[in-house]
Every structure is written in structure tokens, then in C-alpha cells.
Write a protein that binds this ligand. Structure first.
Ligand code: FAD
Ligand code: NAP
Length: 538
């Protein structure tokens, strides 16, 4: 191969929502030669891997989809407010077929490394199939929640039963009937899985390290008239979610929770509780994320709901969140979660107060000096979020620099898209962009469109290399931290703060901009309009 002629214009890693649209955009809009590598055996990403019982989206389905294909927005019919995993996977398969994506995706192939070759200014990309290809642009669309956190418990290898992580569930499912099951974790995943598993299992033991504030999802069929009205209004909906704070049609109450009467506040909170979904979290009083007292009155509402639902007061107390502010950890949406702890076959172990998990034994889990015998363990222990999948690519930028080293104190990016010393690398929904704090398809489409325009612009202006400048990156990192430090978000031991992974440097991973997704989009557009301000182009 000629040293200057790459195998591909662009290599994309991952074929979830991000990688699929990135391929579509670069190939069909710009006519580039593109190759996608995907570790799974089909498209879907999150919705391919997360097959645990109860897995469904928490974003409302009418906005948890692509908006680039206007015809599809009209044609596709979601069965429920929050469709299940298999339905979302079917949707993504449909998109892949409709846009003939699979011909450029190599499945069952993991990218294991890559180096930026400063002589040819190309990325060399290696796969676990022993291939090496070159590309002008390397686009990790590897997802933010795709690198499983499997705690390294002593004794796991000795366990005689079966164990699974929720993000790698067997395709054929797991039959829990007549089984004694343990679920470790009580995050958004566990909150969906626990009620489903409890219905099947003979006995379910839930190991909770941190209790969670949950709000009812209120799933169900959507009124056909509302579906019709939304379809008729999609152009405006898309505009609104793009300009919104969280990529959703939720807006803060422009008041302090403390300035209104208790009656008014209760009325507002009841409304959001009854609506279900993210409204309670993302359309609440505006000072909830800043002011401790405001936060506490809202938290108190949710604590009362737990006490009213859980019959055994001792169990209810264990399920009451403590030690962090409401909303600073991702709020799970639930369907009969707290009710499940009223069932005779469900036992809650407080893996903090009663003693942490000490080891996995041949027969089960030992925690707080007691052995719980089980046949199946489900680890709903989450992910090495955002930086995990990017670091796992083992990339080497200029001078052999690695993300491990560059990010030893947490992620350092420009706009969450680019990293100094890693030219022509574009991360989709990377750290320090709104990403996981938004309805993700909105942020994914924004990044893909921005990257596509950037590459198009480079071609038109005869540039072949783009790289963030140190100054722009430093300023962005400072801005990201400055903004989040004004909120309560940094006080929690959340995965947003990298606190779920032992040894991970404590840093806030996404970008919580003062104007959210809409403001961030404006900033990215301004950067482009100013000739890619903060980037060096050559
Ligand atoms: P992913 O869907 O994670 O896809 C990344 C792909 O990259 C994966 O298929 C992976 O196999 C592949 N990959 C990674 N590394 C490599 C490698 N080295 N080589 C080859 N392939 C690789 N977001 C919302 O906005 N609303 C929701 O309701 C919502 N629900 C969620 C539910 C669950 C259970 C989870 C885990 C996440 C949820 N999310 C939700 C976040 C969700 O991840 C995003 O909405 C979206 O699916 C991300 O798409 P993606 O393509 O960026 O990443
Ligand atoms: P998570 O929120 O990180 O929750 C993991 C749970 O496991 C937490 O309760 C955590 O406790 C516990 N845990 C982790 N390590 C542990 C250990 N060593 N010992 C004991 N307990 C341990 O992960 P998740 O529930 O998979 O969710 C991750 C994210 O995926 C969500 O926040 C959300 O963004 C997305 N998600 C979305 C949906 C949806 O939208 N439908 C559904 C599922 C997931 P601590 O809290 O103490 O760390």
C-alpha cells in the first residue's frame, strides 16, 4: 500500500446509534470510504448487549430515536412510552437495513489498538482478527456505557452457580424460575431488573450499596391522538429538544423550591410524580441542583413516597437514600421497584450498614459475615463510564502518548470531541460533552453532524489534519469543572464523578453547561463558524 493512501477515509469503532449514523453521514452525505468495526454480531450497541429482564429505555420513545430520517419518524410506530430492549434493537436493525449500513460494518471484530503515524498522518488501526488498516480519520463511537464494571470479588471463580453482568446477558435469556438469585447493585439497571426477576425467582436477595431515589416510569401505551399530534409536530419537537437543556421536552420551574408555599410545591411535585418519567428530575425547581435546602425539600417528598410504599419500616429505612443529594446520581425510573420489597421472596441486604460483600463463595455471596446461598448472581454493577471504552482502544497519539497517561487525573478534551495530541480523532459523545446528561440520540446526532461538517470543510479547504490546541483544551476543561463546581453534582459518589470504579481519578465526566444541550450546540456551531476556533488545521 502507498504510504500516503489510506485503506479508508474513516474508520468508525462501534455500530450503536452513534456509529450507524456516523457511517450513514460520512458515506452517503460526503461519499467517503468508511469502515465500521463492531465487537457485537450485529448493530444496536447498548440495545444489543443489555438484554437483562426489564431492559427498556427511560427516554420517551418519540424522542429516543433518530431524527435525521424524517420519513422514518412518521412511519415508525413505538408500541409503548418506553419500549423494551428487543423493540429498540428491531428499530436499529430496521434503520441499518433501510440505509444499507451493514455492507460497511465488520461485526464480531474488536479494535484492539491504534497509532497515529506522524509520517503519513494516518491512523493505523488494529483488530482482534489480526488486521491492520489505515485511515485519515478515526472515530470512536464506542459508547459511554459499554465497558462493564465487574467487581473483582475474591472467590468469583469458585462460584458453582451461574453469574452474569447485565450488559452481557445471554441472547436466549435466563430462566430464573425456582432459582435462588442475587442481584448486586441498585442503579437504573437493577431498578428495572429486580421487579422482573422477583416475579420468577424462588428467592431474590438484593445487595444494595447505595439506596436510590426512584420515580415511577408510568410506562404504557401512548394515546393514539397524542402520537398523531406529535407526528404532525415533529419539526418543532426536534427543534425544541435540540435547543433544550437535556435533549428532552422538560423545562425547569423558573422558581426556587423555597420561595413557594408548601401547598404549591406539593401540587407541582404531585404533577410530576403522576406524569412519571424524567419530569420529576429534569423539570423540577431550578435551584434543586444548587441549593441544599431546596434539594432537601424535594428529596423529602421522595422519601415519604418510599415510606408509604414499603410496608416493613425497617426495610423502608434501608431503601431511603442517604449521604447524597437527590438528582446528583442518575435517577432510575421504576415500575413496582419499591413494591417488590413487600414480597415474601425478596430480601434486601444493605451492603453498607449490614457489612459489605466480602467474597463470593462456592454457594453464593458472603456479606457482613453471613453467607447467602444462591444459584444465580446478576451483577447490575454498571460501567467504567465514558473514559473506559475510549481507554480500552489502546490508542497512541503523537509521540506515542496514551489516553491512560493524558487522562491520569480525569478526562481532558476539547468540547468532548477532540484530544490534544490525537489528530483527526473525533469522539462521539465523549467525556466533557453533554452526552449522558442528555437524551442521547440528540447529542449523538449533533456530534455526528458537526464532525461531518468539519470533515467536509477540511476537504473543501484542502486541509488534512485537525487537532485541538492545548490552550483551547485547557480552557474547556477549566470551564467544564467551573460550571459543575457550582452545583451539588460533585458531592456525590456517582459514576458521573467516576466514583464507582476503584482507582478511577475523581472527575466529573460529562458536561453540565449553563445552558445544557442547546447552549453546547451553539458553542460548537460558533467554533465551526470561526474557522474551527481552538483547533489547529493544516
Ligand atoms: P453504544 O450503544 O454503547 O454502542 C457502542 C458500540 O461500540 C457497542 O456495540 C460496542 O460493542 C462497540 N465497541 C466498543 N468498543 C469497541 C471496540 N474496541 N471494538 C469494536 N467495537 C467496540 N440513553 C438515553 O438517552 N435514554 C435512554 O433511555 C437510555 N437507556 C439506556 C439503557 C441502558 C440499559 C443503558 C446501558 C444505556 C442507556 N442509555 C440511554 C444510554 C445509551 O448508551 C445511549 O442512548 C445510546 O444507545 C448510545 O449509543 P452509542 O452508539 O453511542 O453507544
Ligand atoms: P450504576 O448506575 O453504576 O449502578 C451500579 C450499581 O451497582 C450501584 O448501585 C452501585 O453502587 C453498585 N455497585 C457497583 N460496584 C459495586 C460493588 N463493588 N459492590 C456492591 N455494589 C456495587 O449502573 P447501571 O444501573 O447499569 O446504570 C448505568 C447507567 O446506564 C445509568 O445511570 C443510565 O445512564 C444507563 N441506564 C439507563 C437505563 C434506561 O434509561 N432505561 C437503564 C439502565 C441503565 P453505588 O451506587 O454505591 O456505586
Amino acid at each position: 500500500m502507498d504510504k500516503g493512501t489510506p485503506s479508508f477515509d474513516a474508520v468508525i469503532v462501534g455500530a450503536g446509534f452513534s456509529g450507524m449514523y456516523m457511517l450513514k453521514s460520512l458515506r452517503d452525505k460526503l461519499g467517503l470510504k468508511v469502515k465500521v468495526y463492531e465487537a457485537g454480531d450485529t448493530v444496536g450497541g447498548t440495545w444489543y448487549w443489555n438484554r437483562y429482564p426489564g431492559a427498556r429505555c427511560d427516554s420517551d420513545s418519540y424522542i429516543y430515536c433518530y431524527t435525521f430520517d424524517k420519513q422514518l419518524l412518521q412511519e415508525w410506530e413505538w408500541s409503548e412510552r418506553y419500549p423494551e430492549q428487543d423493540e429498540i434493537l428491531r428499530y436499529l436493525e430496521h434503520v441499518a437495513k433501510r440505509h444499507d449500513l451493514k455492507r460497511d460494518i465488520q461485526f464480531n471484530t474488536r479494535v484492539t489498538g491504534g497509532e497515529y503515524d506522524e509520517a503519513s498522518n494516518l491512523w493505523q488501526v488494529h483488530t482482534d482478527k489480526g488486521e491492520t488498516v489505515t485511515a485519515r480519520f478515526l472515530i470512536p463511537a464506542v459508547g459511554t456505557l459499554s465497558y462493564a464494571n465487574i467487581p473483582q470479588y475474591k472467590g468469583l471463580e469458585k462460584f458453582r452457580g451461574k453469574w452474569y453482568h447485565t450488559s452481557n446477558f445471554p441472547k436466549e435469556g435466563v430462566d430464573f424460575t425456582a432459582k435462588r438469585v442475587a442481584v448486586v447493585g441498585t442503579g437504573a439497571t437493577a431498578v428495572q431488573a429486580i421487579p422482573e426477576i422477583a416475579q420468577q425467582a424462588k428467592q431474590l436477595v438484593v445487595f444494595q450499596r447505595t439506596a436510590n431515589y426512584c420515580v415511577p416510569a408510568r410506562n404504557g401505551k401512548v394515546d393514539p391522538e397524542l402520537v398523531k399530534a406529535r407526528k404532525a409536530d415533529y419539526d418543532n419537537i426536534v427543534k425544541r429538544i435540540r435547543e433544550s437543556f437535556f435533549g428532552q421536552e422538560h423545562y425547569f420551574i423558573p422558581k426556587s423550591a423555597l420561595e413557594v408555599s408548601r401547598e404549591e410545591r406539593e401540587r407541582e411535585l404531585d404533577k410530576r410524580w403522576d406524569t412519571g418519567g424524567f419530569a420529576f428530575w429534569l423539570a423540577n425547581y431550578q435551584d434543586m441542583f444548587f441549593n441544599k435546602e431546596a434539594n432537601e425539600v424535594i428529596a423529602d417528598y421522595l422519601k415519604r413516597k418510599i415510606r408509604a410504599t414499603v410496608k416493613d419500616p425497617k426495610v423502608a429505612e434501608k431503601l431511603i437514600p442517604k449521604g447524597y443529594y437527590y438528582g446528583t446520581k442518575r435517577q432510575p425510573l421504576d415500575t413496582n421497584y419499591f413494591e417488590t420489597f413487600n414480597k415474601d421472596n425478596v430480601l434486601l441486604v444493605d451492603a453498607k450498614a449490614d457489612g459489605p460483600i466480602e467474597e463470593i463463595t462456592e454457594k453464593g455471596i458472603r456479606a457482613g459475615g453471613k453467607e447467602y446461598e444462591v444459584d444465580v448472581i446478576v451483577f447490575a454493577t454498571g460501567f467504567d463510564a465514558m473514559t473506559g471504552p475510549l481507554k480500552a482502544l489502546n490508542l497512541k497519539g503523537r509521540g506515542g502518548r496514551t489516553l491512560d497517561k493524558e487522562w491520569a487525573e480525569g478526562p481532558h478534551t476539547y468540547l468532548g470531541i477532540s484530544v490534544v495530541g490525537f489528530p483527526n480523532l473525533f469522539a462521539i459523545t465523549g467525556p466533557q460533552s453533554p452526552s449522558v446528561l442528555s437524551n442521547m440520540p440528540v447529542s449523538i446526532e449533533q456530534h455526528v453532524d458537526w464532525v461531518t461538517d468539519c470533515i467536509d470543510n477540511m476537504r473543501k479547504t484542502g486541509k488534512t489534519i485537525i487537532e485541538a490546541t492545548r490552550q483551547a483544551q485547557d480552557q474547556w476543561v477549566a470551564h467544564v469543572n467551573e460550571v459543575v463546581n457550582m452545583t451539588l453534582m460533585t458531592s456525590a459518589n456517582s459514576w458521573y464523578m467516576s466514583a464507582n470504579i476503584a482507582g478511577k481519578p475523581r472527575a466529573f465526566l460529562p458536561y453540565l453547561g449553563p445552558e445544557g444541550v442547546g447552549g453546547y450546540r451553539k458553542k460548537c456551531d460558533e467554533v465551526a463558524a470561526k474557522g474551527y476556533e481552538g483547533f489547529a488545521l493544516s
